[in-house]
Design a protein around this ligand. Structure first.
Ligand code: 4NP
Length: 173
């Protein structure tokens, strides 16, 4: 009887799709991508079907909240989010199904750390942006408000198309 219950529990649990967004510092682009993606899956009632996280290739901002300018811009665009910075680690390649790099430098750093038997598929975030496939998500850190708005719009489009693709590929609705 106990064994049967345990089996039911195991089979009853739906598989989750695990997505990790990666940039350099994990205070501007990747936590915003995570925040927008999370906002979208919550709006669709799909949050329980996903595990979503973000991290940086560098350790400069470990333990820090996202950049205030990024948070303020997202709020203006209707998205609230928070995150604590962390660095990419080897375990992430086994835990996540998809790792999305914000730019080509992040991609190269990710590939350097990627174990040969990694589970995760590593891709560029803008591979899902119909307006500019395979371009970089520009780093807004040293620029002004325009840069943060541009990054928001790029990530809004890219995460929308990423989500549509994942829902299709994983038969989620
Ligand atoms: P992010 O932006 O990679 O989008 O989080 C940056 C944040 C911090 C630094 C560089 C980029 N930094 O040099 O400290």
């Amino acid at each position: 009887m106990i064994v049967q219950n345990a089996k039911l529990k195991q089979y009853g649990k739906m598989a989750q799709v695990k997505v990790l967004f990666v940039c350099l510092g994990n205070i501007c682009r990747s936590p915003l991508a995570e925040g927008i993606f999370r906002h979208k899956i919550e709006q669709k009632g799909m949050a329980s079907r996903f595990v979503v996280d973000s991290c940086g290739t560098a350790a400069y901002h470990v333990g820090e909240h996202p950049d205030d300018r990024s948070v303020a811009n997202a709020r203006k665009n209707g998205v609230e989010y928070d995150h604590l910075g962390r660095q990419l680690k080897e375990q992430d390649f086994y835990r996540f199904d998809y790792i999305l790099a914000m730019d080509e430098y992040n991609l190269a750093d990710i590939h350097r750390l990627q174990p040969a038997d990694a589970k995760a598929q590593v891709m560029m975030m803008r591979a899902f942006d119909p307006m500019d496939e395979n371009a970089n998500v520009p780093d807004p850190y040293y620029g002004g408000e325009d840069g943060f708005q541009l990054v928001f719009e790029i990530l809004e489009r890219s995460t929308e198309h990423l989500l549509a693709r994942l829902m299709k590929d994983h038969s989620l609705s």
